[in-house]
Ligand binder design. Structure first.
Ligand SMILES: O=C(O)CCC(=O)N[C@@H](CCC(=O)O)C(=O)O
Ligand SMILES: [Zn+2]
Length: 352
């Protein structure tokens, strides 16, 4: 029996196994891979990779996708990387935790079943009525903490998503807010290598998955937005080819493929967070507006009985506009280009 069959039974691959098992518990199982590493199934949609004992890893990596069940391109990307590990085409030299976040929502083709899983981390799940997503948030926090404890390495976490709207910048990264923290050069280099040319610095702590791993596990974490939501089988994965290559470089601990003087990502900051304030809330961004659409100073963005929000003195762009969220949740972010939040790149002098 090959390693894929030993882990995923008659289902053939990780994604099919996860969809078939979606709400059922599945027992722990492990296989040895062609590269000498071990791949362990921790539960439904949860894999742990231990590199061969001879390797000296510099980092541990959490890769997650499907935290929103209908965001399928990154799910297909992670599944392809697992196939590469199983078939000996990829030799990871670092420990990995691989997560497909919301299997029942993936089966249903929905963002979530009852609660938006990406608002339930940092223990926020405790305050919500019980449902699949509250249990899953608690489980994901526990497996991530265990991974952090066991590896005792500096951690990175990339939580892979796709957006509901089209976007004027197809791929972008969101950097969770942690007081006093700046994006390190090594992360900017990774993003450049991965063809992600835009970074948005979050303005406040959030109960997202990347917020959890950065705050509680001190990981260098990003939410990566990688294009538009499409059903399974309708994604053009060649558009994620550079990300796939950058991940292979990271897993195999190879130098990045970027040019000697790479262009750094452009940095944006949040100017204003639009929240659904409840009765009387009106949002003036049209339903078909793309992410990063810019609005002129003075444009009315939202209002309710007490407040009106207009764009300030400088133009502002909108991302994630979605008025169909519960009261108290984020409807959109208003953002602007920024020149803060970057650690100065170390100047390399050559002696003469
Ligand atoms: O397209 C949209 O409106 C949402 C896309 C999405 O799921 N984005 C994440 C961002 C998480 C973060 O702020 O780090 C989300 O809303 O959960
Ligand atoms: Zn998402």
């Amino acid at each position: 029996m090959g390693p894929a069959q030993a882990l995923f039974d008659r289902h053939g691959d990780w994604l099919s196994h996860t969809l078939a098992m979606s709400e059922q518990a599945c027992p722990v199982a492990a296989v040895t891979l062609p590269d000498g590493g071990q791949l362990q199934r921790l539960g439904t949609g949860l894999l742990r990779y231990h590199p061969d004992a001879g390797t000296i890893p510099k980092t541990g990596l959490i890769l997650s996708a499907g935290i929103h069940g209908n965001e399928t391109a990154p799910i297909e990307l992670l599944n392809a990387q697992v196939n590469d590990l199983l078939q000996g085409r990829l030799h990871s030299r670092i420990p990995l935790l691989l997560i497909l976040g919301n299997p029942p929502a993936m089966v249903a083709g929905e963002r979530f079943l009852k609660h938006n899983l990406n608002r339930l981390f940092c223990g926020a799940w405790e305050a919500y009525p019980e449902g699949y997503e509250t249990r899953r948030a608690s489980q994901l926090e526990a497996v991530c903490r265990e991974f952090a404890d066991e590896t005792s390495l500096p951690l990175r976490h990339y939580d892979l998503h796709t957006a509901i709207r089209p976007s004027k910048r197809e791929k972008f990264a969101l950097y969770p807010f942690v007081d006093g923290r700046q994006v390190p050069d090594s992360e900017l280099d990774f993003l450049t290598d991965a063809d992600i040319g835009t970074v948005l610095l979050q303005h406040r702590r959030a109960t997202t998955f990347s917020g959890f791993s950065s705050e509680y596990l001190a990981a260098e974490s990003f939410t990566l937005e990688l294009g538009k939501v499409e059903p399974f089988g309708h994604n053009d994965l060649t558009r994620l080819g550079r990300l796939r290559g950058a991940l292979i470089n990271l897993l195999e601990q190879r130098p990045l493929a970027t040019a000697a003087e790479p262009q750094r990502p452009e940095i944006f900051q949040v100017v204003h967070e639009v929240i659904n304030t409840g009765e009387g809330f009106r949002f003036h961004v049209a339903d078909d507006v793309a992410n990063f659409t810019e609005y002129a100073p003075g444009t009315l963005i939202w209002e309710d009985a007490d407040t009106q929000y207009r764009v300030g003195d400088q133009p502002e762009a909108v991302i994630f506009p979605n008025p169909k969220v519960p009261v108290g949740h984020r409807v959109a972010l208003m953002i602007r280009k920024s020149y803060i939040g970057l650690a100065p790149r170390t100047t390399r002098y050559t002696s003469c």
